[in-house]
Design a protein around this ligand. Structure first.
Ligand code: PSV
Ligand code: MN
Length: 430
């Protein structure tokens, strides 16, 4: 029995007002696409089947290492975070799973948490371990690194934490463990670059050995931060080498913000897929580094090109191709619910545009070395306003035609500002 947070009547009222215009736009787009041999309903069906997870931590206001500016009514525990995630999914119908982070989301009863989520229409996605911060009462500090620490007891503690995350994830119904470590150095010579990777591989193998058969271990790489001279798993090369050494259940996870500026991420996607190692994706956008800005807010064309490769991969799957898609953003100046509603729409729009690419025309032009026509095949799809397809898919699934207007009309945040306890000030990381 589900008990969704936003009034169904409110959604229906807003939809009723917007439906006539949407129908007009959807049919007009349908006629246009038909001229190119594309069935708009078939595209809508694929779009309706697309989903992206939201991170539990993304429901709270993020911050920089300088400050965090709390939002009145923001969630302060996993229960409130689930409620907010349920709002996002109820309106968007595109985010039915939450990716939890431990120990941030620790509770005493995980079966209860799973039921609580299910009652809100949510399931759980990849579990994320956290060995990049020390926790109160922790026996060994991660100041020397975690899985790659020079200290054996610290490595053992980091391994045990990851195995505990698998155990929690089993109770929540997850099937992926995402491992991102902040391990690395800030000075040349601080640690031996070869031996630190050796230690990481050895510790990661112990986690891998504890993975259930139907689980995957997603190795998230990141170029820099918190380590500013070298990171142990800094790039897709390190990630895929580690994944290949660990075994078939180990895959790579691409976080868009974890590359140097201007890196050709879509090519990385194609490479990882070629070797059956594309396991997961963290969506966000950036201008300078790991900015964690909203997906598609800076470079929507790059997002489209990434999806173009993902659709190519869907059409030519290698092994068990089921990438875990997740939004991974820091919402420092917006209401996180609004950012994730807007991001889910931006991400789904790029997927829809990638579906619209005339693959026969693209592949034909590629084979004929007709550069301009190959590019135009992409350009034509990118230029289509797919908004009506997304809105119709949402409407038919019970969501809101205009997600942001309906969210604002619900007065969710002002109501929560009255009910929820205030968050303290302070520097915040997400
Ligand atoms: C690291 O920057 C990262 O992208 C990883 O996915 C972490 O789990 C998350 O951000 C923590 O904020
Ligand atoms: Mn990430």
């Amino acid at each position: 029995m589900t008990n969704l947070p936003i009034s169904a009547d409110l959604i229906a009222e807003n939809n009723t007002r917007l439906l006539p215009a949407l129908e007009e736009d959807y049919h007009a787009l349908g006629r246009k696409l038909t001229r190119g041999g594309v069935d708009v309903d078939a595209v809508k069906t694929r779009v309706a089947g697309f989903s992206v997870a939201v991170p539990s931590w993304g429901a709270g206001r993020g911050g920089t290492r300088f400050a965090k500016f709390p939002l009145a009514g923001e969630p302060t525990n996993i229960h409130e975070k689930l409620e907010d995630c349920a709002v996002i999914n109820q309106l968007s119908r595109a985010t039915p799973r939450v990716s939890p982070h431990f120990p941030w989301d620790k509770v005493s009863d995980y079966a209860g948490l799973r039921q609580e989520a299910a009652a809100l229409g949510l399931g759980f996605d990849a579990v994320n371990s956290n060995t990049f911060q020390d926790q109160p009462g922790q026996a060994h500090t991660y100041a020397t690194g975690s899985l790659s620490s020079t200290d054996a007891a610290t490595r053992a503690q980091a391994v045990a934490h990851n195995i505990e995350c698998i155990e929690i994830g089993r109770q929540l119904g997850s099937r992926d463990l995402t491992v991102w470590v902040g391990d690395g150095t800030n000075f040349p010579g601080q640690q031996d670059l070869g031996r630190s990777l050796e230690r990481y591989l050895d510790a990661a193998a112990q986690i891998y050995a504890a993975l259930p058969d139907d689980w995957r271990m997603l190795l998230e790489y990141k170029m820099f931060e918190p380590a500013f001279y070298s990171s142990v798993i800094s790039d897709w090369g390190s990630s895929i080498l580690a994944a290949q050494e660990l075994g078939p259940k180990a895959k790579c996870l691409v976080d868009l913000g974890h590359h140097a500026p201007n890196v050709n991420i879509e090519q990385i996607v194609a490479r990882l897929h070629r070797f059956g190692k594309l396991g997961g994706f963290h969506f966000n956008d950036s201008k300078y580094g790991d900015d964690d800005l909203d997906s598609g807010s800076i470079n929507p064309h790059q997002l489209f090109l990434v999806f173009n490769e993902l659709v190519e991969a869907e059409l030519a799957p290698r092994g068990d191709f089921r990438p875990a898609y997740m939004i991974d953003q820091s919402h420092n100046v917006t209401d996180p619910i609004e950012s994730m509603l807007s991001s889910a729409e931006a991400i789904t729009a790029c997927y829809a545009k990638a579906i619209l690419v005339d693959r026969a025309a693209l592949h034909g032009a590629q084979e004929a070395n007709d550069t301009m026509m190959a590019f135009q095949a992409l350009r034509r799809a990118y230029n289509v306003d797919v908004g009506p397809i997304l809105a119709m898919a949402r409407y038919e699934a019970g969501g809101a035609i205009d997600v942001l207007a309906t969210y604002r009309a619900s007065q969710w945040r002002p109501r929560k500002a009255q009910e929820r306890k205030a968050v303290g000030l302070g520097a915040g990381i997400i």
